[in-house]
Design a protein around this ligand. Structure first.
Ligand SMILES: [Zn+2]
Length: 361
């Protein structure tokens, strides 16, 4: 049997518990929860008032009442600890939401890009393969005979001296152009033949803004019955319009090469200045006319050499120059890539600067 005093004490405890839970659920941070702890469970808190009720009980009931209160306080402290963990976790989540958006796309992966010289080679190859040409590759170490003799380059030509070419042995040289593959291909296949040869060539040039000891060329050759200079012009104008845009102007200038006759240099009208040789430069101080950097003021860009295959070259591979004729051309890929991307120093192609190719892609 419990007394009225005990009933009252338990009612007070129940009321305290209810108010405590209300206060905890309204507290949104650790500081507010601490205020709740002080107000209810602290030394002068609400629970102390309830404890005072113990003194009004008959002495035999007092230990039991003290136990009930202590157990209630322990349970409330447990609820407070759980509530504190809850608000701290919520605060952490809120701070993460402020600084990290996990749905935001990550930075793009650095995947690299095709080198601009290779890009030119690919574009040239696509153009010619569309027209039925085969792409052939050849060795970079060539015989002196294929690199020079078969191409009608006389023994006293300056290029044949060790000062201009990399000789490995008196009869072996790092090819100075891709043209020896003309010779190899014609010896292997009878006419008609239509090939292009992209690849590396080597010359003993000192390195500067316009020269490297190694560079890339693409060579073209077409031999068959009735092939004439008009075919050469048509194919090269088409190639240059493919590379520089459909309205590119192309001109042929008479020239001399040992392996072609007649021979012509091929130029394309400068895309930067539209052939005028000058460009308007505008800045904060107004505008001024300056010499075009891309073409050096000439209005034209030299692309490479071309011509009708010399009869001596046809003879050297066993073709009959009275039965078949052909044309050939060769041009530097670095030169075209420099003009395409307005690069003024050829060394940029071999410096491997991070982002170089990506910046041009
Ligand atoms: Zn120009």
């Amino acid at each position: 049997m419990t007394t009225t005093g005990m009933n009252e004490l338990e009612a007070n405890l129940a009321s305290l518990t209810a108010r405590f839970r209300d206060a905890v659920s309204n507290a949104s941070d650790a500081r507010a929860l601490d205020d709740v702890r002080v107000a209810f469970l602290g030394r002068s808190g609400a629970v102390t008032e309830v404890r005072k009720g113990i003194g009004k009980l008959p002495p035999p009931e007092r230990p039991g009442a003290g136990k009930v209160i202590n157990e209630a306080v322990q349970a409330l402290e447990g609820e407070l600890t759980a509530a504190l963990a809850r608000v701290e976790r919520a605060a952490l989540n809120a701070s993460l939401e402020d600084t990290i958006d996990v749905t935001f796309p990550g930075p793009p992966a650095n995947t690299g890009a095709i080198h601009p010289v290779r890009r030119v080679a690919i574009d040239v190859a696509r153009y010619f393969t569309r027209h039925g040409f085969a792409v052939v590759l050849g060795p970079e170490i060539e015989t002196d005979a294929n690199n020079f003799d078969a191409l009608n380059i006389p023994p006293d030509h300056p290029a044949r001296e060790g000062l201009d070419s990399f000789y490995l042995r008196p009869d072996l040289v790092l090819r100075t152009h891709t043209s020896p593959m003309q010779v190899r291909s014609m010896r292997k296949h009878g006419p008609p033949i239509a090939i292009i040869v992209p690849g590396k060539a080597y010359r003993r040039d000192a390195i500067d803004a316009r020269h490297l000891y190694m560079f890339h060329q693409v060579e073209g050759l077409m031999v068959g019955r009735g092939i004439h200079f008009g075919h050469l012009k048509g194919m090269l104008v088409g190639m240059l319009r493919d590379l520089f845009g459909p309205s590119a102007d192309v001109r042929f200038r008479p020239s001399f090469f040992p392996f072609t006759e007649p021979s012509a240099e091929v130029d394309v009208k400068c895309p930067a200045c539209a052939g005028t040789g000058v460009v308007q430069l505008r800045d904060a101080n107004g505008s001024a006319e300056v010499q075009c950097r891309t073409c050096g003021g000439s209005g034209w860009i030299e692309i490479g050499g071309s011509g009708m295959v010399h009869p001596n070259v046809l003879r050297s591979v066993g073709y009959d120059p009275d039965a078949v004729t052909g044309w050939a051309f060769g041009c530097g890929l670095e030169r075209i890539a420099m003009k395409r991307h307005d690069i003024n120093d050829i060394r940029a192609f071999i410096e491997n600067a991070p982002g170089f190719a990506e910046g041009l892609a």
